[in-house]
Design a protein around this ligand. Structure first.
Ligand code: A3D
Length: 318
């Protein structure tokens, strides 16, 4: 069987890390596309030279013309600009909406059968632009945010409980912004929901509230430390988990920015919800029940996403 082709649009911090992870996990051959001359070519060559050391086989190529992504099975999009300290994700919309429009056209022309994962911020609006301009089915275009936000939540919870990250599962829903909704009732340690762990005395409600706040600000915490850009290792690992679920038909249940039309009371909006990812892309949206508090937080998050989509619509080529 021929190796799969994975196209990475954007060869910056996340793009380079994605390429390295694809090689290490032998998910397929990689092409990197970027407007910066030499950058995708240089990163491709560097990673190709690490493959003999790692004992993995994957070809690595880079280019500045969209034709390099032709026939890709998976496209992961990070093109655009990241945050600097003091910026919110939403401040990026003016630049990144136009970049997404160009990327969407490129995908439409060169690889209309691909499974597309968007990472560029502001995520929920950018995945909408990418879908609109690419014209792909909604089930084949998703946004990565929930896997990362949940991983941040899991990291802090595992530290608090002093247990393996493997035994902590967590759900963060809603938009990828300050209004994201970490769902404590659906987050567990070895199947025990967090509210029960508070009752059992493993932690306090105050500590849990602090962890929820730290999760919401997880991206800003790293931007503040790095000063020159935003997180890239965990975002790349999260997108790779989604790509792997598709390529290997794993049918993983992951929180992603997925198209909600007739579910969660929505009538056509990309927002973070649990979905099943398999060989057909988004195979199912898992419509969990929310209590009144959770629903109120989700509704606030949905309104924030609607505002960003409306702003993006204004920026689209007419
Ligand atoms: P960075 O290292 O700056 O890489 C972005 C790359 O995009 C650069 O190499 C640019 O040259 C390239 N680029 C710019 N315009 C174009 C274009 N028109 N076509 C092709 N390439 C272009 O950023 P990064 O890799 O750290 O982050 C990339 C994006 O991911 C940013 O928008 C971040 O905000 C976003 N991000 C999202 C998350 C989520 O959880 C959703 C997490 C972290 C970062």
């Amino acid at each position: 069987m021929a190796r799969k082709k994975i196209a990475l649009v954007g060869a910056g911090n996340i793009g380079g890390t994605l390429a390295h992870l694809v090689a290490l996990k032998e998910l397929g051959d990689v092409v990197l596309f970027d407007i910066a001359e030499g950058v995708p070519q240089g990163k491709a060559l560097d990673i190709a030279q690490s493959n003999p050391v790692e004992g993995v086989d994957a070809t690595m190529a880079g280019g500045n013309d969209y034709s390099v992504i032709a026939g890709a099975d998976v496209v992961i999009v990070t093109a655009g600009v990241p945050r600097k300290p003091g910026m919110s994700r939403d401040d990026l919309i003016g630049t990144n909406a136009k970049v997404m429009a160009a990327v969407g056209e490129g995908i439409k022309t060169h690889c209309p059968d691909a499974f597309v994962i968007c990472i560029t911020n502001p995520l929920d609006a950018m995945v909408w632009v990418l879908r609109e301009l690419s014209g792909l089915p909604h089930t084949k275009v998703v946004g990565m945010a929930g896997v990362l936000d949940s991983a941040r939540f899991r990291t802090f919870l595992a530290e608090e409980f002093d247990v393996s990250v493997q035994d902590v599962s967590a759900f963060v829903l809603g938009g990828h912004g300050d209004t994201m909704v970490p769902l404590t009732r659906y987050s567990t340690v070895a199947g025990i929901p967090l509210p029960d762990l508070v009752k059992m005395g493993w932690t306090t409600q105050e500590k849990l509230d602090e962890i929820v706040t730290r999760t919401r600000n997880g991206g800003a915490e790293i931007v503040g430390l790095l000063k020159t850009g935003s997180a890239f290792y965990a975002p790349a690992a999260s997108a790779i988990a989604m790509a792997e679920a598709y390529l290997k038909d794993q049918k993983r249940v992951l929180p992603c920015a997925a198209w909600c039309d007739g579910v969660f009371g929505l009538d056509g909006l990309y927002v973070g919800v649990p979905v099943v990812i398999g060989a057909n892309g988004v195979e199912k949206v898992v419509e969990i029940e929310m209590n009144a508090d959770e629903q109120a937080m989700f509704d606030t998050s949905v309104e924030a996403v609607r505002g960003l989509v409306a702003a993006s619509r204004e920026l689209m080529p007419k």
